[in-house]
Design a protein around this ligand. Structure first.
Ligand code: TYD
Length: 140
């Protein structure tokens, strides 16, 4: 449960005017870490499930800057929650060591991801059973 409590929706400041919308996500202010990496996911079919991993070192913020998707998070202790990302000025914060599945992508979905680290494949746990094992060891 300890990591589940850290997952939270974030609302970003909007400074739109008659020219259109402007949303701000500033490190250590709107986003609770220093942003080291940005990537974005689009063109995923509605039946695709992405993610399916936990990260030992990386924190993320996921924002659907266009369209919609869902994120299911699991803490490896039997708790899960689903977050709907469907507004450009909201995101979900994901701490380290939380399992995540991204799915239900709309055709127009552009999922922007802010990450606290540079990419390192070695800090990914891509096997759910291994994730549960590491979580249970951490709790000892
Ligand atoms: P993957 O982790 O499967 O994406 P998702 O979490 O959305 O399911 O990444 C897809 C590929 O891209 C994989 O070969 C690793 C590579 N990749 C990088 O090289 N750098 C990155 O920052 C990310 C997120 C992925």
């Amino acid at each position: 449960m300890h990591n589940m409590n850290k997952v939270k929706m974030l609302e970003f400041p909007q400074l739109g005017d008659e020219r259109g919308h402007l949303v701000i996500a500033e490190a250590m202010k709107d986003v609770p870490f220093e942003i080291k990496r940005v990537f974005y996911i689009y063109g995923s079919d509605a039946d695709v499930v992405r993610g399916q991993h936990a990260n030992k070192e990386t924190e993320f913020v996921l924002i659907n800057v266009a369209g919609k998707s869902k994120v299911k998070v699991k803490d490896g202790e039997g708790n899960e929650a689903i977050y709907c990302l469907n507004r450009p000025h909201t995101g979900v914060y994901l701490p380290t060591m939380i399992w995540k599945d991204m799915y239900d992508f709309s055709d127009d979905s552009v999922l922007l991801v802010l990450a606290s680290t540079h990419y390192n494949p070695d800090e990914y746990i891509r096997n759910y059973d291994e994730f549960v094992k590491v979580i249970s060891e951490d709790m000892d």
